[in-house]
Design a protein around this ligand. Structure first.
Ligand code: SIN
Length: 486
């Protein structure tokens, strides 16, 4: 496989107002491979001043982009979708190099990310308004749905491509220009997307990428600048709270997709083979580094031992190693800090009485063994905090009411999973779970056609699906008076 330097989509400049630019002071920061520790590239370290310029460029591009017929905007999105799809392999390699995501998952992410562009190219043409039956003879009442204005997107390293497209495809479809701040760990995929957006024909200023290692300063500018009308963020709950506070004075609209603490409930009537498959997929995707990854496995007493035995055997068979090898299933964590956090969770659980059924060791570099802990209890940090790594903690429950209470005993509410063959129980439990998304007998639930998002400390707003465009449109009520009868 070609090194990053030989990938034609590698760009090492930021993309502002249709041009490739450096920082005003020529400052740069390094992009490091989590799997090898190698320096992959240097990208511009933009600050507040350049961010302001990007916002102003976007604002100047807004009227013309907004006023283009939806069908024309859709055609540009469609061209971008085709280019992303055509460059699937190269984008996936860039992503794997910079994020440590194993190559099969990166290929899957490109397809997943492209699906949002395709979906919103179609939805662009369906931003219907309403005609309201009038309460008066001489009036006609209509509701228009209009583009909100400049959108800022702050995106995470765990999905370097799909979290960008899930935010910006609906924004662009709605007629909004975008300023993207990708995570400092993974700017290369974002810049490759900008190159393809440029080729697809987005006019200068409509699509901007601000690369930066100064997340706080750039984030503050995106929150405070009066021309930014909407901020969409995916990341930690702590940062989400900061952004919300920073957006309060400007009343900038917010969508927040924050942390989770996903429970995975296995009832005594579950198909255990299916539950093990689902748990494996929902726990070890990207080495446990997704917001919808299982954090707590809650298993009924009567099937606890059988489930633990099968699940542990499946985890022990997972292959770690070279992230570019299609046979590898688990890659490294993103940073030394991530490894330390996972280790701290493990040791806290052990101190509180958990047992290691498999794994539990840090390996070389940023690799951590896929780990299974049994005997987990609510006294452990892992019961309340997102581990964001490959550690599965297995708790016990003895009846449905207890399972629901345990599952809901958290500040978070993003995704939850239930395994049972009893249709009545599936309905009852799905309805009782305080989460934005529930997988019933399914561990991988994300798709462009369904609304993605959480409640409580997991954030606000929904991305993708027929609801996804709403975040980027304002409703305008127009009352036509004086319509006299002849
Ligand atoms: C996330 O972890 O933030 C996104 C996961 C997904 O889209 O499935």
């Amino acid at each position: 496989m070609a090194s990053v330097a030989n990938l034609p989509l590698l760009r090492q400049r930021a993309y502002l107002h249709g041009a490739w630019v450096g920082a005003d002071d020529e400052a740069t920061f390094a992009v490091i491979s989590p799997s090898t520790g190698e320096r992959l590239a240097l990208v511009p370290d933009l600050g507040r001043v350049e961010t302001r310029r990007a916002i102003e460029a976007a604002a100047s591009a807004w009227p013309a982009w907004r006023d283009r017929p939806a069908k024309e905007r859709a055609a540009v999105l469609r061209a971008w979708f085709a280019l992303i799809t055509d460059h699937r392999d190269e984008l996936a390699h860039l992503m794997t190099h910079e994020s440590g995501k194993v190559i099969t998952e990166s290929l899957g992410e490109v397809t997943y990310g492209a699906s949002f562009v395709e979906w919103f190219a179609e939805e662009a043409k369906r931003a219907y308004g309403d005609v309201i039956p009038s309460p008066a003879r001489d009036r006609r009442l209509v509701v228009l749905r209009q583009s909100i204005g400049v959108v800022a997107a702050i995106t995470p390293w765990n999905f370097p491509l799909a979290m960008i497209t899930r935010k910006v495809a609906p924004a662009l479809a709605a007629g909004c220009p975008v300023v993207i701040k990708p995570a400092a760990e993974t700017p290369l995929t974002a810049l490759a997307l900008a190159e393809l957006a440029d080729r697809a024909g987005f006019p200068p200023g409509v699509f901007n990428v601000v690369t930066t290692a100064q997340a706080s300063a750039v984030g503050l500018e995106l929150c405070e600048h009066p021309l930014v009308r909407k901020l969409s963020f995916t990341g930690s709950t702590a940062v989400g709270r900061t952004l919300m506070a920073q957006c309060a004075p400007s009343l900038t609209r917010l969508s927040l997709e924050l942390g989770g603490n996903a429970p995975f409930l296995v009832f005594d009537d579950a198909d255990l083979e299916a539950a093990v498959r689902g748990a494996l997929a929902a726990k070890y995707r990207h080495a446990g580094q997704t917001c919808v990854c299982v954090n707590r496995l809650l298993v009924h007493d009567d099937v606890y031992d059988a489930f633990v035995a099968r699940f542990t055997a499946a985890v022990a068979a997972l292959r770690l190693g070279d992230v570019l090898d299609p046979g590898t299933q688990v890659g490294p964590l993103i940073s030394e800090r991530a490894v330390t956090t996972v280790d701290a969770h493990l040791h806290d659980a052990l101190q509180h009485g958990a047992t290691v059924a498999h794994g539990g060791q840090r390996l070389g570099g940023l690799f951590y063994q896929p780990t299974v802990l049994t005997g987990a209890t609510s006294a452990m940090r892992i019961a309340q905090e997102e581990v964001f790594g490959p550690v599965a903690a297995i708790f016990r429950f003895s009846n449905e009411a207890e399972a629901i209470a345990m599952a809901n005993d958290t500040a978070f509410g993003l995704a939850a999973y239930v395994y049972s063959r009893d249709i009545g129980r599936c309905w009852r439990v799905a309805e009782a779970l305080e989460y934005g998304m529930v997988g019933v007998n399914e561990g991988l639930i994300s798709t462009e056609v369904a609304p993605f998002g959480g409640i409580k400390a997991s954030g606000m707003g929904r991305e993708s699906s027929k609801y996804g465009l709403d975040a980027y449109l304002e409703l305008k009520y127009v009352c036509f008076g004086g319509i006299d009868s002849v």
